[in-house]
Design a protein around this ligand. Structure first.
Ligand code: FES
Length: 407
């Protein structure tokens, strides 16, 4: 057979069928040759549980003051636990921390401020900004010390660069502690593991509130083609050289970036999302070009469209089925069903608290809920068959629900 003829045969479908007909005898031969000893290792499942541990037992190794109101906590595996290494992640993801507070276990998502390469080197960092009116951060401030043990979820969330989805020019718009995922991305660029061009537009109230200022400016100097940092200060007097004054407006964004060749990542407090969303409306960008980090439960449900204000002062009863037990608990109309369940120590699993991860998905048997339209992550089938997310739903009548057990 000439070379040309051989090529034709190899490419023909007959050749494919011939190979296929050999599959079974070849498989049989391999089975016969294989050891009859039981298989004691399972590398695929081992890798899966390293990447997606159900829980991670961590301990605080170091605490750094970043600004007067922000601290970075370095977390390593707790040597007294089964966690031997921290799970790898993608720059921009968060950990959901499980904290016992006044005998109630609550969860809160915190973006990782360290890089994925740091995880390979054995540690995570989270950076927490104190909010005096917040529920958890005052507790963290007063109680977390070096040596404090912490339980976290696996790294979670979709707020990371994906070359199939995002353009290579990433504009990271951050406010307050919303700088954390962008620090992680900038560090990963410096580590040579993330090939994007990152422009960070970072809004802060005052100069001494800017988290990671020196570090980000250093990265900008070292990687001028890859990392740019624009600081926007909202205070009246601005003395810091090269920064903008006011809020992050459409004009400021347009001044520094090419809107048409960029994907936008936004992370900050809810008030910033509301403001930026209106500013960016004029860009008329397709939805896929704008990504928002989850920010936990909506703070002021009374301001959401169509919330029935007449129930705002009311407390309802929820009949909760969990396994084969049923309990009745009180629930305030302006707090999510998840908060009511946590107060009663009945909380289902939760990670994002923003209607996104689906872990808290529960069944509504009776009654009416108000679902926050800005964090309604239910699938169409969920809506049809009465499934809801307790983290993004509020009771507006007495309810009967069925929830999954916590893991
Ligand atoms: S905790 Fe993620 S959807 Fe409720």
């Amino acid at each position: 057979m000439s070379k040309k003829e051989e090529d034709i045969v190899i490419k023909s479908p007959t050749r494919d069928l011939f190979a296929f007909s050999k599959l079974v005898p070849q498989r049989k031969k391999r089975i016969e040759k294989a050891s009859s000893e039981p298989i004691t290792s399972d590398p695929m499942n081992e890798l899966a549980s390293k990447l997606h541990p159900r829980n991670q037992q961590l301990v605080i190794k170091e605490i750094r003051d970043e600004t007067k109101s922000a601290k970075t906590f370095k977390l390593v595996p707790d040597p007294d636990s089964n966690t031997k290494e921290v799970a790898y992640f993608r720059a921009g993801q968060y950990l959901s921390l499980k904290v016992r507070l006044n005998d109630v276990v609550i969860t809160r998502p915190y973006s990782l401020s360290s890089s994925p390469t740091d995880a390979l080197n054995g540690f995570y960092e989270i950076t927490v900004r104190k909010d005096d009116e917040g529920f958890l951060t005052p507790y963290i401030w007063d109680n977390w010390k070096v040596g404090t043990k912490i339980v976290s979820s696996e790294p979670s969330g979709h707020f990371y660069y994906d070359n199939l989805r995002d353009l290579k020019n990433i504009i990271g718009i951050g406010g307050g502690s919303g700088i954390t995922p962008f620090r992680s991305m900038a560090k990963e660029i410096a580590d040579g593991k993330l090939d994007i061009n990152l422009t960070i537009i970072y809004g802060s109230s005052e100069e001494d509130d800017i988290i990671f200022y020196d570090e980000l400016k250093e990265l900008e100097k070292e990687y001028p083609d890859k990392v740019k940092v624009i600081i926007v200060l909202s205070c009246d007097e601005v003395t810091l050289e090269g920064c903008e004054q006011g809020f992050i407006t459409a004009n400021i964004i347009k001044k520094y970036v090419d809107i048409n060749t960029s994907s936008f990542f936004i992370c900050g407090p809810q008030i910033m999302y509301d403001f930026i969303e209106k500013e960016m409306d004029q860009f008329k960008l397709p939805r896929k070009r704008v990504r928002q980090e989850v920010y936990g439960e909506v703070k002021d449900v009374l301001n959401l469209p169509n919330f029935p204000k007449e129930v705002a002062e009311k407390t309802f009863k929820i009949k909760v089925q969990i396994g084969n037990q049923t309990k009745e608990i009180p629930a305030i109309a302006t707090e999510t069903v998840l908060v009511a369940l946590e107060r009663a120590n009945l909380a289902p699993p939760s990670v994002c608290r923003s209607g996104e991860c689906g872990l808290c998905r529960s069944l509504l048997i009776n009654g009416d809920l108000y679902v926050s339209p800005i964090i309604d992550g239910r699938r169409e089938a969920d809506k049809k068959f009465n499934f809801f997310h307790p983290c993004s739903s509020y009771p507006i009548t007495n309810l009967e629900i069925k929830i999954p057990r916590s893991i």
